[in-house]
Unconditional design. Structure first.
Length: 384
């Protein structure tokens, strides 16, 4: 099927969609239309602006309630949250952690920060998330179960964890991935950084494994300026994560006693106050994002450019809208034309296995990853 849209028509449509005939349109900018100034001002007046304060506790409680987890631990950013989640899963020096090559570099950096080594498996074209079939093939071909422990055949290294990502907020086939991880005794940690407000059936993303990690960076659907959070149903895990993230300081009226190597990763109260206000607007943001996606869907319904959408049985937050073009040349021309006319678009991340520092990491067949990296483009997706 020949594409019926020109680059100029896409640019005109996006500008009309956002009511901005001339202004620069960023990919995804934050919105502050609620009680952000009020709560942040209250935080400042309280003088508790750092890692201690009521808004940190409130934000954790409200996010946990929203996603349906028993516990939530807020941290300075999503990378730090994933780093400690992996540490809690004991993914350390000499271990392997499976993830997808089509991800943001922070996912893989968090693995390496703990001394573990990443392994890359392929994604699916439909969701752009990890393929459970590719995961199964990799494990069947490259690993063995040694007394219940999954190990790579060649090196003997333990496969400590698996970190699939819900790319652009679209839930991957996480139920099947969870089944595979259980079969092989691998700890599942969901990279849900982009998927606050995304559901699989009646279960929120981040709830299918031992832990789920969210990001509240300035470009996310809900922002704390900078921030991240781990959700879990395991009380011991939550307590230890909070302990680690607060420099592993033991309670005492005045003494400074630390019982293990800790991290200064707790989210500041100032950021949490912003997050609490943002949570009040989240339902509105999700509905507006759905309207934007619906408009894009109608615009692209004819022709050869496919708009990434929800798989059956899921509900996505539509954080970033993405289209799949026909070739690398077409992708590059599209990016050049749109960005040149002040409408920001972006390609899929450079696959991790192409980056020099990860080029020697173990990997399975990555043909879909390579194909999508050559053809996927993100469209302007801010809340209108």
């Amino acid at each position: 099927m020949r594409n019926t849209k020109t680059y100029e028509e896409v640019i005109a449509f996006v500008r009309d969609l956002y009511g901005q005939p001339d202004a620069f349109l960023p990919l995804h900018e934050p919105r502050f239309r609620g009680n952000e100034k009020k709560l942040v001002s209250d935080c400042i007046e309280s003088t508790f602006v750092s890692s201690v304060g009521r808004y940190v506790d409130q934000f954790e409680e409200e996010v946990a309630k929203y996603v349906g987890s028993r516990y939530a631990v807020a941290m300075v950013n999503g990378t730090s949250a994933l780093q400690l989640a992996l540490k809690e899963a004991k993914a350390v020096q000499g271990d392997l952690v499976i993830t997808q090559s089509a991800t943001f570099v922070a996912t893989v950096n968090a693995i390496v920060y703990n001394g573990a080594e990443p392994c890359f498996v392929d994604i699916e074209e439909e969701t752009l998330g990890m393929s459970p079939d590719a995961l199964t093939r990799f494990l069947d071909e490259r690993t063995i179960l040694d007394d219940g422990v999954c190990k790579e055949k060649e090196s003997g290294k333990r496969v400590a964890a698996c970190v699939p990502m819900h790319t652009f907020g679209y839930p991957c086939r996480i139920e099947e991935i969870a089944d595979v991880c259980e079969q092989y005794g691998i700890t599942l940690i969901e990279d849900s950084a982009e998927s606050l407000g995304s559901w699989v059936g009646k279960t929120h993303t981040g709830r299918f494994g031992e832990m789920g990690v969210f990001s509240f960076n300035g470009n996310k659907i809900l922002t704390t300026g900078g921030g991240g959070l781990v959700v879990t149903d395991n009380e011991a895990v939550a307590k230890h994560l909070k302990h680690l993230s607060t420099t592993a300081k033991t309670p005492h009226p005045y003494e400074f006693v630390h019982d293990e190597i800790g991290y200064n990763f707790r989210m500041p109260n100032l950021n949490a106050a912003l997050g609490c206000a943002q949570l009040e607007s989240l339902p509105e943001y999700l509905e507006k994002k759905r309207e934007i996606h619906s408009a894009y869907s109608q615009f692209f319904e004819s022709g050869s450019w496919r708009l990434v959408g929800e798989r059956e049985g899921t509900r996505a937050n539509h954080w970033l809208n993405a289209i799949v073009l026909e070739s690398r040349d077409e992708r590059d021309a599209f990016l050049e034309e749109t960005n040149g006319k002040g409408v920001m678009t972006r390609p899929l991340w450079t696959p991790m296995h192409r980056l020099e520092m990860f080029s020697s990491a173990p990997k399975g067949d990555l043909s879909v990853t390579e194909d999508m990296a050559n053809r996927v483009v993100n469209l302007t997706s801010s809340v209108p």
